[in-house]
Design a protein around this ligand. Structure first.
Ligand SMILES: *Cc1c(COP(=O)(O)O)cnc(C)c1O
Length: 479
């Protein structure tokens, strides 16, 4: 049953509050507001009791699905379970009651946390300098490309192109365009990797940067990364590392050691912040030393035992966020990194890769696996075989909802037809993984027997199959 609207519980005169008798003089509203602002009729608010309200919203909240209710296997998004203690820490009174306009010397503890987080990110990534300002991965990409642009402007070089592989996340070409660069796509080879020979064909002295995530969005490690870096560097360009897949390599290898020059982290993916609702996030950007002068203003520095904001950065690419970025997300990442330590972060990576490979081994017996090369923390199946039998990847995703599970990322990356991109993350145990496999296999069998059943899914959810384009263009939000 679909929970009715709160107004459907309304009954004239029912109240959800009780207020004491007034003990101060009263004044007519008209004399305070003026007659023209007084409503002719009441606002028509629902008249309900406290228990009506509590039950209504409790019911609504249980209709929701989140990472606290079950697996959230959205490839590329890294929707891991986030320890609640990090939420508590990010809400400590001493930390949330600070004001960003307070003098540096009054907030040394907070600055130390941010500085220490930057130091940890340097160690994890192999970069030399960091800013915590950007509010997301995409924002970090934009910042990184502005840094690169300013670097070339400063050298008097006019470079107008950014190379992006065809398997890249959509934010990569978008950030390139936003930064005023021309986006050049480079095709992946049959192994799902960037082909150095194809890369050579598109590289020239106009190239400012190559943007790459490693492992890429197929979950495959770009083995030729050192050769790729050499090709770009020889042409005078720089390498940008999209750090969204950091949980696949953390503790084992570092973008800095792969010769990347600039990178962003997605703290909300790799380091524990729920981000299903679209934020808040944090996308710190790290650079090699020669790019540090171009980082956003201000930079957090340490002199002796004192931390301070340095605004005196004439070559900076500017300011990108109010104050210093999303501090609450930084606190959660800091708590997470400190709690796990180096060993724990490495373990995280190992389990993320193990879980993904377990799912891949089981599911690829039933679903096509177009790129067979060994993968790390995520992998991409194709629903092509099932589509021929009458139900598409979209239908499979909707049918999973009937079984009380969240669906994987679908139709991305674009290099795989009918893509099902699965990232279980390290926080799922084998029972959860087996349950996911079992439901996927059941659905595939259903498609053999009764494709229409899957095609018309979901059947058990409050909202059935929507015409997605129409739902977006003609939203019906009235009550
Ligand atoms: C999530 C993601 C991004 C964008 O990060 P946001 O924090 O969502 O802006 C970029 N690249 C890849 C590979 C991603 O998975």
């Amino acid at each position: 049953m679909v929970e009715p609207l709160i107004k459907d519980y309304s009954s004239t005169g029912r109240k959800g509050y009780s207020l004491p008798e007034l003990d101060v003089p009263t004044t007519e509203t008209e004399s305070l507001l003026g007659q023209e602002f007084i409503r002719k009729e009441g606002p028509g608010l629902p008249e309900v009791s406290e228990v009506d309200v509590v039950r209504h919203y409790t019911e609504l909240s249980s209709m929701n699905y989140g990472v606290d209710s079950g697996i959230y296997p959205l490839g590329s998004c890294t929707m891991k379970y986030n320890p609640k203690i990090n939420e508590d820490i990010s809400r400590l009174e001493e930390l949330v009651n600070l004001h960003p306009y307070q003098e540096d010397n009054q907030v040394q503890g907070s600055l130390e946390i941010m500085y220490s987080l930057q130091e940890d990110l340097k160690e994890i990534s192999g970069m030399d300098s960091f800013t915590l300002q950007p509010a997301s991965g995409a924002h970090g990409e934009f910042a990184g490309l502005l840094i690169i642009r300013n670097y070339f402007l400063d050298r008097g070089e006019e470079r107008t192109k950014v190379i992006v592989p065809d398997s890249a996340h959509g934010t990569n070409p978008a950030s390139g365009t936003m930064a005023g660069l021309e986006v050049v796509e480079v095709e992946s080879n049959e192994k799902g990797m960037v082909d150095p020979d194809k890369l050579r064909e598109v590289v020239d002295d106009q190239v400012a940067a190559l943007m790459l995530t490693n492992p890429n969005t197929l979950g495959i490690f770009e083995e030729e990364i050192l050769e790729i870096a050499e090709i770009i560097h020889d042409a005078g360009g720089l390498l940008y590392y999209d750090g969204a897949n950091m949980n696949a390599i953390m503790g084992y290898t570092r973008p800095g050691d792969m010769n990347f020059d600039v990178l962003h982290f997605n703290l909300h993916k790799t380091f524990s912040t729920p981000h299903g609702g679209g934020g808040p996030g944090s996308g710190p950007v790290g650079v090699k030393g020669f790019l540090a002068p171009y980082l956003p203003r201000p930079l957090l520095r340490k002199e002796g035992i004192r931390y301070y904001w340095d605004f005196d950065l004439p070559k900076s690419c500017g300011k990108l966020h109010a104050f210093y970025g999303n501090y609450g997300v930084m606190l959660k990442a800091y708590a997470y990194i400190k709690a796990l330590g180096g060993k724990g972060l490495k373990e995280t990576t190992k389990n993320a890769v193990l879980n993904a490979n377990y799912l891949k081994a089981r599911l690829s017996k039933e679903f096509e696996l177009p790129y067979k090369k060994s993968s790390l923390h995520e992998f991409v199946l194709s629903g092509s075989k099932q589509k021929k039998k009458g139900a598409s990847t979209l239908n499979i995703a909707k049918r999973l909802l009937d079984y009380g599970l969240y669906a994987p990322t679908i139709y991305f990356p674009l290099v795989v037809k009918e893509a099902l991109m699965i990232e279980p993350t390290e926080t799922e145990n084998i029972f959860t993984l087996d349950n996911f496999v079992e439901k996927m296999l059941i659905i595939s069998r259903e498609i053999e027997k009764d494709p229409d059943l899957v095609k018309n899914a979901p059947h058990n959810t409050a909202v059935k199959l929507l015409d997605e384009a129409r739902a977006a263009r003609e939203p019906d939000l009235r009550w």
